[in-house]
Design a protein. Structure first.
Length: 92
């Protein structure tokens, strides 16, 4: 089972960057999901898909994965591009 280590993006519905500074370790899903024919509920036998571990730094997440013999993939974060402009530029 492969684990992904990444830094989540900022929530598009809010202007703050609250939970986007932490690093997340989560497992790739194994196998597909099945639909219950009677109720229509979606289920899976893969319980590792529900686990999401959060770390303050990338090094902590990589160290945790290495100590527990997990195969992992680090996804680099997208850098934020700042467009610094003056308020007066809205009226030109």
């Amino acid at each position: 089972m492969v684990a992904r280590i990444y830094q989540p993006a900022k929530n598009t519905m809010q202007s703050g960057r609250g939970n986007s500074r932490q690093w997340v370790l989560e497992f790739e899903p194994e196998g597909g999901k099945s639909v219950d024919p009677l109720m229509g509920w979606t289920s899976s036998a893969d319980t590792r898909g529900q686990i999401q571990l959060k770390f303050d730094t990338e090094a902590e997440a990589v160290d945790y994965a290495s100590r527990n013999n997990l195969t992992f993939q680090v996804i680099p974060p997208h850098e934020r591009v700042l467009k610094i402009r003056a308020y007066a530029e809205n009226f030109r």
